[in-house]
Design a protein around this ligand. Structure first.
Ligand SMILES: Cc1ncc(COP(=O)(O)O)c(C=O)c1O
Length: 380
């Protein structure tokens, strides 16, 4: 499957030796990467600003497009200010650098690698707590000097697990901070898809958010959001000062993506209903066990021995579905099937996938669920 490539404008299709496969992978959860209004905003932005901003925003690279996108992002997420960074890894680095007065960082053991990189870049000593275990986080936090920075992904990219954000917030001491890496939550979580702040109804100045614009928002770049004094520190961080921002045209496209998301809530409704259908079917087939109500559009499936998982992956591909078999860090096993749903999937594309899975799954015998509850290991 090494010659498999996303087809771009064709939405969910991937090409494999000429045969299109319907992709059930990636992170374009709302299908915004191919949205005409967003692509138009990008083209108009190119017409107006050309390509590169040419310099750091602290010198000559600032534009109205960047400023406007930041205002829109803050309003969308529901925090006082937002700062654009070139991408999510740098957003985390900038956020940690802005919080470098923290004495320690306490991070979920399965959090995205960029949070570890960010702690190292900011020179903050790193500690970890057991995955999604707020009790472990609370007891470890109490052994650390204050202020400490607790950090977690909100929606975990590999498994679809959702972090216990209210419990983590409860564990904070008065001066501690909670960083929510909402790269997979923005656009997806919360009643209107505004992300973790909306999902958990958070109103606490100790909480800050980082989020990429390259996944559900369908564009590129990232934001760091939080209270105004924190945002001012982000603007003085090495990661912000020392980088060229995303091209202004991309900032214009990001602005358009927030507007499209806000105006076209039927996309979110569609993602929710497709996700619920797939979740229900995978649960019935014994392929997942992590609850019937989670809003996560990401599902991880592991099968033992691995050869059986490879066979399922290949048989699905033969039938026209690309369900990626990956070894991305943070998963339930060394390799696993990461199935993701998008509002861009047509009903009949999902129908066919579920029919073929129902046909193939009985040959795989379920085993006991994972301790973390995310997935069922299937032994064939
Ligand atoms: C949880 C999480 N944080 C950060 C990043 C980095 O974002 P970007 O791809 O914009 O650098 C990713 C991207 O894969 C991610 O999944």
């Amino acid at each position: 499957m090494t010659d498999l490539c996303w087809s771009g404008r064709e939405g969910m299709l991937f090409h494999h030796t000429g045969e299109p496969l319907v992709g059930f992978g990636g992170c374009d959860y709302l299908g915004l990467a191919t949205h005409d209004a967003i692509l138009d905003a990008l083209c108009k932005g190119l017409g107006r600003y050309a390509l590169s901003a040419g310099a750091s925003r602290t010198t000559t690279g600032d534009t109205r497009a960047h400023q406007k996108a930041e205002l829109r992002a803050a309003g969308f997420i529901g925090l006082p200010e937002a700062v654009l960074l070139p991408e999510g890894m740098l957003a985390n680095i900038a956020a940690f650098q802005a919080l470098s007065d923290c004495k320690a960082a306490l991070i979920d053991e399965r959090a995205h690698s960029s949070l570890r990189t960010a702690a190292a870049a900011a020179g903050i000593p790193l500690h970890t707590y057991r995955h999604n275990d707020a009790t472990d986080a609370a007891s470890k936090l109490n052994t650390l000097d204050t202020p400490a920075l607790v950090a977690t992904d909100t929606l975990f990219a590999a498994t679809g697990d959702i972090a216990p954000v209210p419990e983590l917030l409860e564990a904070l001491r008065p001066d501690d901070r909670l960083l929510l890496d909402d790269c997979h939550g923005i656009g997806v979580l919360g009643p209107r898809g505004r992300g973790a702040i909306e999902q958990f109804a958070i109103n606490d100045p100790r909480v800050i958010v980082t989020a990429t614009l390259a996944k559900a928002m369908g564009v590129y770049g990232a934001i760091v959001a939080g209270p105004a004094p924190f945002a001012a520190k982000v603007r003085r961080s090495g990661a912000f000062v020392g980088t060229t921002p995303i091209p202004p045209a991309l900032a214009a496209a990001a602005d358009a993506a927030f507007e499209v998301h806000t105006c076209e809530l039927d996309r979110l409704a569609r993602l929710r209903s497709s996700t619920a259908r797939v979740r229900e079917a995978l649960t019935e087939l014994g392929l997942i066990t992590n609850g019937r109500t989670s809003p996560s559009p990401v599902f991880a499936i592991t099968i033992e021995p691995e050869a059986a998982m490879v066979r399922l992956h290949e048989e699905l591909a033969r039938r026209g579905h690309f369900v990626p078999l990956i070894g991305y860090p943070g998963g339930p096993a060394g390799r696993y099937l990461r199935l993701s749903v998008s509002a861009g999937h047509a009903d009949d594309q999902i129908d066919r996938l579920l029919t073929d899975l129902a046909d193939l799954a009985p040959a795989l015998r379920p085993q006991a669920p994972d301790v973390e509850g995310a997935n069922t290991r299937i032994r064939s």
